[in-house]
Design a protein around this ligand. Structure first.
Ligand code: NAP
Length: 264
C-alpha cells in the first residue's frame, strides 16, 4: 500500500494532494496540519485512508510525534514525503529588498521565510528519513517556485517577493544536497514548482489584487501568453504526472508542474 505524508495539508495545494491521492483507496495518506481544529475540509472528505496528524514544521517535537504515528500505521515505513507547507508574508510581498519601512521588518521577513521554508523542511526530511529508507518509492518532493529561479527573475524582472524567493532558492539547494547524498541508495529528491495557483480562500483586498496584477504583468515579460493562475486541481494533477514519471536519474531536479523549466 503506497504511503504519502503531506505537510501543510489543511488547504490549498496540500489539501488537493490529499484529495487526489486518497481518491485511490489503495493509498494511505497522512495529512499533516498545523492545527487540526481548522482542518475542516480534510474532515469533510471523510476518507478512511486519510489520517490527520497535527504538526507545525517548525516544531521538531511535533514532527517526531507525526513520524511515530506514521510508523505505527505503516509498520515503520513511508514511500513519499511531500514538503508542501510554506510561508509567504503577503502584507509586504509587493516590496523590494530596499523599500522596507524598517530594517527590523526586513530582517523579520527574511528570517521567518528561512525558518519555515528552509529550516523546517530540513528537519522534516531528517525526521522522516528513517521511515523513507524502509519505503519502496524513497521519494521526497519539496514545493518550490519559479520565483526561486535566477533566469526567471532576470527574464521577468520581478523585483518583489524577495524573502520568499530567496528562501525557495535556498531550498532548491537543500534538495540538491540530499539528492547528491542519497542517490546511491535509490532516493529521488525533487523540487517542484506548482505554477501560479489560485489557492485563495477569500476575495482579495484591493492591495492584494494590485500586487497580483503587478506580478502577472512581470510574468508576461518572460511568458507573453500567460493568462493567469491555474486551479489547485490542475496543478496537483500535473505535479503528480511529473512525480509518477521521474526516476532516480532525475534526482536533485528543480522543475515545474510541466516537468521542465517552463514555470508558467
Ligand atoms: N499558490 C501558488 O501559486 C504557489 C506558487 C509557487 C509555489 N507555491 C508553494 O506551494 C506550497 C503550497 O502553496 P499554497 O498556495 O497551497 O499555500 P497556502 O494556501 O498559503 O497554504 C500553505 C499551507 O502551509 C501551511 N503552513 C504554513 N506554515 C506552516 C508551518 N510552520 N508548519 C506547518 N504548516 C504550515 C498552512 O497551514 P495553515 O492552514 O495552518 O495556515 C497551509 O496549510 C507552498 O510551499 C508554496 O510556497 C505555491
Amino acid at each position: 500500500m503506497p504511503s504519502y505524508a503531506i505537510t501543510g495539508a489543511a488547504r490549498g495545494i496540500g489539501f488537493e494532494f490529499v484529495n487526489q491521492l486518497s481518491a485511490d483507496s489503495g493509498n494511505i495518506v497522512f495529512a499533516l496540519v498545523r492545527n487540526e481544529a481548522t482542518a475542516n475540509k480534510l474532515k469533510e472528505l471523510g476518507r478512511h485512508n486519510v489520517h490527520i496528524i497535527e504538526a507545525d514544521i517548525t516544531n521538531n517535537k511535533a514532527l517526531k510525534y507525526a513520524a511515530a504515528e506514521v510508523s505505527r500505521l505503516t509498520g515503520n515505513s513511508l514511500d513519499y514525503l511531500i514538503n508542501n507547507a510554506g510561508f509567504v508574508e503577503s502584507e509586504r510581498e509587493g516590496l523590494t529588498l530596499d523599500s522596507y519601512s524598517s530594517e527590523e521588518l526586513l530582517t523579520k521577513d527574511l528570517l521567518d521565510s528561512f525558518n519555515i521554508n528552509v529550516v523546517g523542511i530540513i528537519h522534516t526530511i531528517n525526521i522522516f528519513l528513517p521511515l523513507l529508507k524502509n519505503g519502496k518509492a524513497k521519494t521526497v518532493v519539496t514545493l518550490s517556485t519559479g520565483l526561486g529561479d535566477l533566469d526567471m527573475t532576470m527574464g521577468s524582472e520581478l523585483i518583489t517577493s524577495g524573502p520568499y524567493s530567496i528562501s525557495k532558492a535556498a531550498v532548491n539547494m537543500v534538495n540538491a544536497k540530499y539528492a547528491a547524498q542519497y542517490k546511491s541508495e535509490g532516493f529521488i529528491f525533487l523540487a517542484i514548482s506548482p505554477g501560479l495557483v489560485d489557492t485563495s480562500t477569500r476575495a482579495p483586498t484591493e492591495k492584494e489584487l494590485e500586487q497580483l496584477m503587478a506580478m502577472i504583468g512581470k510574468f508576461r515579460n518572460a511568458y507573453p501568453d500567460f493568462t493567469g493562475p491555474i486551479t489547485p486541481e490542475t496543478s496537483v494533477r500535473m505535479q503528480l504526472e511529473v512525480i509518477n514519471r521521474i526516476t532516480v536519474n532525475d534526482t536533485g531536479a528543480f522543475i515545474s508542474h510541466k516537468g521542465n523549466k517552463e514555470w508558467l
